[in-house]
Design a protein around this ligand. Structure first.
Ligand code: NAP
Length: 278
């Protein structure tokens, strides 16, 4: 299995990375990113709202890995949307990350003036400051709208996907449109005892792997990009060690039975979510 995907503009993106959400301490974030790179990851996912772009930048500066071998993603937050504000917010991200270009920049959530933001991202993309632009948590209807009425098609849509909420319909639409699906919260942040689920445990035992590794392998075999988060070096290593086994059709079918068809973390269709960002 390849360890990368090719996006709709030809850019190569690693299919397994790690995220740094909910790591508030900057020194700890820097350590996690340094550990992740040492373990072998070449994709790191941050966002303005995580408040740790600066620490990711510090880890990149300290790394001896060539810049072009590392794929960096960040995201613009809702309160900075609109054309002019986006240009400014992007410069701010780049300053914190200490980068002169970024690999992937995403619109974090589909609320507020994301149209103005998209047009600013299209400009930055055409100027070569961003290698690929994309979106996050765009359900099919919003994604279709954005694709239909703009020049540049999103390269990636990062959506919550995990065994409880498998998002097959979203993936089908993205594949039809050539948009790469990427999973956030691939472990559902641990909800519903995900790591000790008996179905996953049975499959893990069969392959002499852990349930975390089974879940990550499942994403790779679905052609998803996936970015689990861990503050622990040994778990970062465990989560990266998924290229030496394969789930068979029976395993894939069993995992499908775990789908509840909705998020156990948040209901993105709830109007209160949009209101909470005002
Ligand atoms: P997640 O990856 O689903 O789950 C993280 C949890 O799993 C942490 O509690 C972690 O604990 C634990 N864990 C990790 N590896 C483990 C292992 N091998 N065994 C047992 N436990 C393990 O949650 P997430 O951080 O929300 O999602 C991943 C990334 O997606 C984020 O970091 C962020 O980059 C991105 N994200 C994006 C959005 C968006 O709106 N676009 C939203 C949420 C997240 P420890 O850390 O203690 O090891």
């Amino acid at each position: 299995m390849k360890d990368y995907v090719i996006l709709n503009n030809g850019v190569k993106m690693p299919c397994l990375g790690f995220g740094v959400y909910q790591i508030d301490d900057l020194a700890q974030t820097q350590q996690v990113v340094e550990n992740g790179l040492e373990v072998g990851y070449r994709l790191v996912d941050t966002a303005q709202i995580y408040g740790n772009e600066q620490a990711v930048g510090d880890a990149l500066v300290h790394s001896s890995i060539p810049r072009e071998d590392i794929f960096v993603t960040s995201k613009i937050w809702v309160d900075k949307y609109g054309y002019d504000q986006t240009l400014q917010a992007f410069d701010d991200s780049m300053k914190k990350l200490k980068l002169d270009y970024i690999d992937l920049y995403l619109i974090h959530k589909p609320y507020n003036d994301y149209y103005g933001t998209w047009r600013a991202l299209e400009r930055l993309y055409k100027e070569g400051r961003i290698r690929a632009i994309g979106v996050s948590s765009f359900w099919n209807e919003r994604l279709a709208d954005l694709i239909t009425f703009n020049d540049v098609k999103p390269a990636v849509n990062q959506i919550e996907t995990n065994v409880w909420n498998q998002e097959w319909k979203s993936q089908q639409y993205m594949e039809k449109e050539g948009v790469q699906p990427e999973a956030w919260a691939p472990f559902a942040e641990g909800a519903n005892h995900i790591f000790t689920n008996p179905v996953l445990q049975k499959i893990a035992e069969k392959h002499h792997k852990t349930t975390a590794q089974v879940m990550l392998r499942w994403f790779l075999q679905r052609n998803y990009v996936v970015i689990p988060k861990s503050i622990h070096r040994e778990r970062l290593a465990e989560n990266f060690d998924v290229f030496d086994f394969e789930l068979d059709d029976d395993d894939m079918a069993l995992i499908k039975t775990l789908d509840q068809g909705y998020s156990v973390l948040e209901d993105e269709m709830d109007p209160e979510i949009a209101e909470s960002f005002r």
